[in-house]
Ligand binder design. Structure first.
Ligand SMILES: Nc1ncnc2c1ncn2[C@@H]1O[C@H](COP(=O)(O)OP(=O)(O)OP(=O)(O)O)[C@@H](O)[C@H]1O
Ligand SMILES: [Mg+2]
Length: 550
């Protein structure tokens, strides 16, 4: 990499994350021709190399300015003209090192004052960013180096929870589809997308398992008690506690009666059949119960008389509304063994598809939270008890997550938040990862967001959020605007997600651990994605998808 013709500066100041270097006087035009090709040099966002012994430290130029030593020299126009010709300096954010020809995050040994700074050419950039090329998982072109693909290690990317954030319309769903279209090419992956607005059907029509949740049916008895409480009990009513208590009692009783063989194992949360009509009839009875006085004397009201009237209205409105039929009036699933069929459909085991898109667009808004909780819980519990969980990694994608995973929950949206928080905290141990997709990160559960280790951030307009990402990024703030980019906005389309998916400008940030300012590339935890059996098959996965979709 080092060669006299590539020399662009000399370091005069160094800190743990950045270095400041005087720019050579020869870097006047900010361009240099090498081997017949014109390179941008000394410009923000370009990479530089700083040799230290046998290692090359890699940095990215984050700021260029007149040398601080000359800034105060004068203010008249002639003086300024002289100053412009004077020394310039560049601030270089230290990104990683090339050791034995391999790029690693982290700085093994820092460059001393006086170290030389060199520009990078095409060859350098290719070797720099091809460390993970063996996996064939490219997420885009590197900004400023057109045609240079950025490969990442999918095991490390999917081995931790992911947050994909960006303001509305910035291309989040398109980015999710683009990433997942590549994931499906790896064997042994199971991805389940909770598609709130039915946006992903077109992107996965050919190789995904598309399920309309209202056609599939999710019977009411799949709910645990917390979900049932959210569905039926209004905590603002004075009789809420009685409603809860009686509901628990009646449901448990009905579950035991309908499943006599399982009686001693059944708990209120067990996903076994119970008859909602019977539960309703009992509530009706308590609501209108009158107790006859001794010796046939005047009757008096029962202990719950009139307390469940509103509860019954709510229950009836759900049980008679066609939109809720998939849950409260299941046609197919009327006994406890149904759960097996539903699970196998959700995981695409029947048609051996690796990606399942669960279309939740037909689910009434007021129970989306319950459905998300129920689905996420079923999927997590499946792997919790799965003896071969390490061979069955699952990625759950939560679209529009701010709608049901709020930072401040109300009585009606606690279940999903609690379930996903559990997955965020414990999921990796059981091979369950999550991808949180949201346009309002500030409204998302902090617990969930803090468990995410990989951030894919698209355009962010909210200043505090921007600051949060810049401060947690191990790479320079200046690069945050367009670090990685997949080209092609020339075919902007009005429909939400086309099969021809592209990345908008984006940045993938592995979260900086609290103890270290620059990450070391260590792999911990599960490896949810196996290497492709034939790595060459995927060397240019993204383009393959585009071609296929044309
Ligand atoms: N890289 C891209 N190149 C061209 N067009 C794109 C690109 N990414 C997204 N689009 C287009 O931008 C629009 C918005 O994209 P998308 O729906 O993915 O954004 P979003 O962030 O998910 O939006 P929302 O906040 O509404 O969920 C769509 O019309 C899509 O086709
Ligand atoms: Mg979207």
């Amino acid at each position: 990499m080092p060669a006299a013709e590539k020399h662009i500066g000399i370091i005069y100041s160094i800190s743990s994350s950045s270095a400041i270097a005087f720019m050579d006087d020869s870097v006047v035009s900010m361009e240099r021709t090498l081997g017949g090709k014109v390179y941008r040099i000394g410009q923000i966002g370009t990479f530089v190399a700083i040799p230290v012994g046998t290692t090359n430290i890699i940095g990215m130029i984050a700021r260029v300015q007149l040398s601080r030593l000359t800034q105060s020299m004068g203010s008249t126009q002639t003086e300024m003209a002289d100053i412009i010709k004077a020394k310039k300096e560049m601030e270089i954010q230290l990104v990683g090192s090339v050791v034995n020809g391999k790029f690693e995050k982290g700085i093994a040994s820092f460059p001393p004052i006086g170290s030389d700074v060199f520009m990078t050419d095409d060859g350098d950039i290719t070797s720099l960013f091809s460390t993970f090329a063996q996996y064939g998982f490219a997420i885009g072109d590197i900004s400023g180096y057109l045609g240079e693909r950025q490969y990442i290690d999918p095991n490390k990317f999917f081995g931790k929870h992911i947050a994909l954030l960006g303001s509305t319309g910035s291309g989040k769903s398109t980015a999710v589809a683009s990433i997942l279209q590549k994931v499906q090419m790896f064997s042994n992956t199971h991805v389940i997308v909770l598609d709130i607005h039915n946006e992903y059907r077109a992107a996965f029509r050919d190789f995904g398992n598309i399920i309309n949740i209202t056609d599939l049916e999710l019977p009411h008895w799949f709910m645990n008690f917390e979900e049932m409480r959210e569905a039926f009990v209004d905590e603002s009513e004075s009789s809420a506690q009685s409603q809860e208590m009686i509901l628990k009692d009646l449901v448990l009783n009905s579950k035991k009666i309908k499943n006599p063989a399982l009686q001693e194992f059944i708990t209120i949360d067990a996903p076994v059949y119970f008859d909602l009509n019977e539960v309703r009839a009992k509530f009706q009875f308590y609501d209108t119960e009158r107790i006859t006085g001794y010796g046939g004397g005047q009757s008096r009201e029962g202990p719950f008389f009139g307390q469940f009237t509103r509860f019954l209205v709510r229950l009836d409105s759900r049980m008679t509304d066609k939109r809720y039929e998939f849950m409260f009036k299941p046609k197919k699933f009327k006994d406890s063994v149904a759960i097996k069929e539903v699970i196998s459909k959700i995981f695409g085991l029947e048609n051996k598809k690796q990606i399942t898109v669960l279309d939740l667009s037909g689910v009434p808004f007021d129970i989306v939270n319950i459905i998300v909780s129920l689905l996420a819980r079923m999927i997590f519990d499946f792997n919790f008890w799965n003896k071969s969980k390490s061979d069955f990694p699952v990625l759950l994608v939560f679209e529009e997550a701010h709608n049901y995973l709020p930072q401040v929950p109300s009585a009606h949206n606690r279940a999903a938040r609690r379930t996903v928080e559990r997955i965020a905290k414990e999921g990796r141990k059981y091979g369950v990862g999550c991808m949180i997709v949201s346009q309002r990160p500030s409204e998302l559960s902090e617990t969930i967001l803090s468990q995410c280790n990989n951030f894919v951030t698209l355009r962010l307009t909210n200043p505090p959020i921007k600051t949060m990402f810049v401060s947690s990024s191990p790479i320079p703030s200046a690069g945050c605007s367009t670090f990685y980019r997949r080209f092609g906005p020339e075919k902007r389309s009005s429909s939400a997600i086309q099969r021809r998916c592209r990345f908008a400008s984006c940045l993938i940030i592995p979260r900086r651990p609290p103890t270290a300012r620059i990450l070391n590339s260590t792999t911990s935890g599960s490896l949810p994605i196996k290497k492709p059996s034939s790595p060459t098959l995927l060397t240019d996965g993204g383009d393959k998808i585009d071609r296929k979709s044309n």
